[in-house]
Design a protein around this ligand. Structure first.
Ligand SMILES: [Zn+2]
Length: 464
């Protein structure tokens, strides 16, 4: 397969590929209100079938999943493309220059709800497959598609779907195109995200608030109890003192550390963004803290009288909510039980409740398959990609790396100012075609790496 030939084919098909894009955008698919969801799933199925993909719309307890595949017995490597066909609500409607479900082209962009998030990006994979099938009649590797219909509505049924369909979804790598590119226009490759554990702790004093004079020295104060407990949990420098909290954290590889060290970092600008006087860190420490280290953050701390003026009481309860962003290999369940043990030792009468948790996810940059994808992205954009070994925020990447045990790579195809979730959401037309081209190159390069003249070759995926 020849990349120039493939690029030419995309060039020839531009009009048709744009028409496909506009037709998908005309179909609303708001998951939070279920507006147009079923119809969008059916339309997507039709578009995929036209591209030569075997498709089924699979029910869940919420929006259906659209699953597709192109499998050839000679191919020994499978990529799983993930995307979502649902969109955010379009409100406030009056802020749109053109209606959200009447896609309009202006200034080299397509404006419509879902343009960048995620219809323009999920189509890139489908049209890449179509391009290669039209040109060569076959694909260099096996391809599976997994299109979620409620990503914008917490993906409640997605994890159980994946858990129940592990065999169907078996692949060697998961590839997602979602989110905006770097504002510099450079391509980005994201390899993980932090997990999260959210807890609430509550200390109780007397059965009701008491007069701080009449009962002062008699009624216990739960605020102090909670503060004493918190003091046993974290040092003033921020080190977590809960036994075993740091035990399982995966250390960055040499390559990951070097990537962090070389990421663009301006401490003065960053301090302004954060709203502090200065940030006294080098790039490696700054990104290391965000990507590779956990936090133990107090979200809210409340007890007693907090309005203006005086009210002399001894509060009867004190509550704190804490979120922990977890680094790769920290398990939220395990961390939670360590916190419970800690409370049992230090303040057994303080109540704890788990409010929510998500496992972290990280795919090593050292994997051969990741290196192959990086090379494809570099060649397609003719620029060195920015690699983020993990982002600080929390996403459900663990569904792929943990439940399916596959490496997972995220490559955003949309322009930095796609305005996803906002009025006038858009996708740059060049970004759209570049996305198709990039997915083609990824398929071609993986084919070159893992398929030799149709013979089977051992795949070393390694630790994800
Ligand atoms: Zn979104």
């Amino acid at each position: 397969m020849d990349f120039i030939e493939v690029k030419n084919r995309i060039e020839e098909n531009k009009e048709e590929y744009m028409e496909t894009f506009l037709s998908l955008l005309r179909q609303p698919s708001i998951s939070s209100t279920n507006y147009g969801i079923e119809d969008c799933a059916e339309l997507l199925k039709t578009i995929m079938e036209r591209a030569g993909i075997d498709v089924k719309v699979m029910p869940t307890d919420g929006s259906p999943v659209v699953y597709g595949e192109v499998i050839h017995p000679d191919n020994n490597f499978t990529i799983l493309f993930y995307g979502h066909y649902d969109v955010q609500p379009a409100d406030p409607l009056e802020s749109w220059i053109s209606p959200p479900f009447e896609p309009t082209i202006r200034n080299g962009r397509v404006y419509a709800r879902g343009a960048g998030d995620n219809k323009g990006q999920l189509l890139a994979h489908i049209l890449a497959v179509k391009t290669l099938l039209d040109t060569y009649g076959k694909l260099p590797i096996n391809v599976k598609f997994l299109y979620d219909g409620e990503e914008e509505n917490s993906s409640l049924n997605f994890e159980p779907f994946v858990r129940n369909n592990k065999t169907l979804l078996k692949a060697d790598v998961v590839y997602t195109a979602d989110g905006p590119m770097d504002p510099s226009g450079k391509p980005m490759v994201l390899l993980g995200n932090r997990g999260m554990l959210y807890i609430k702790m509550r200390a109780k004093g007397a059965s009701h608030d008491n007069h701080s004079g009449n009962k002062g020295g008699i009624a216990p104060n739960p605020a102090w109890k909670l503060i004493h407990l918190l003091n046993t949990m974290v040092t003033p420098e921020g080190k977590v003192l809960i036994d075993g909290f740091y035990d399982d954290i995966r250390k960055p590889t040499k390559e990951e550390s070097s990537i962090l060290r070389n990421l663009p970092f301006d401490p003065i600008e960053t301090a302004k963004v954060v709203g502090v006087d200065k940030i006294d860190l080098d790039a490696e420490t700054y990104y290391g803290r965000i990507a590779m280290q956990p936090t133990f953050n107090i979200n809210g701390l409340y007890s007693g009288y907090t309005e203006d003026g005086q009210k002399t009481i001894i509060p009867s309860t004190a509550t704190v909510t804490i979120d922990m962003r977890l680094a790769a290999d920290q398990n939220p369940e395990k961390i939670y039980s360590k916190i419970v043990e800690h409370i049992n030792v230090h303040a057994p009468d303080i109540e704890i409740e788990k409010m929510g948790s998500t496992k972290p996810s990280r795919t090593s940059v050292n994997l051969e398959v990741v290196q192959t994808i990086l090379g494809a992205v570099r060649d397609s954009y003719e620029q060195e990609p920015i690699i983020l070994p993990a982002i600080g925020a929390t996403m459900p990447g663990y569904v792929f790396t943990d439940i399916l045990a596959q490496p997972a790579v995220l490559v955003p195809y949309a322009n930095a100012d796609e305005d996803n979730h906002a009025p006038n959401e858009n996708m740059d037309i060049d970004c759209y075609y570049k996305g198709i081209q990039t997915s083609c190159k990824v398929l071609m390069d993986l084919g070159e790496k893992y398929t030799e003249n149709g013979t089977r070759r051992k795949i070393e995926i390694g630790k994800v």
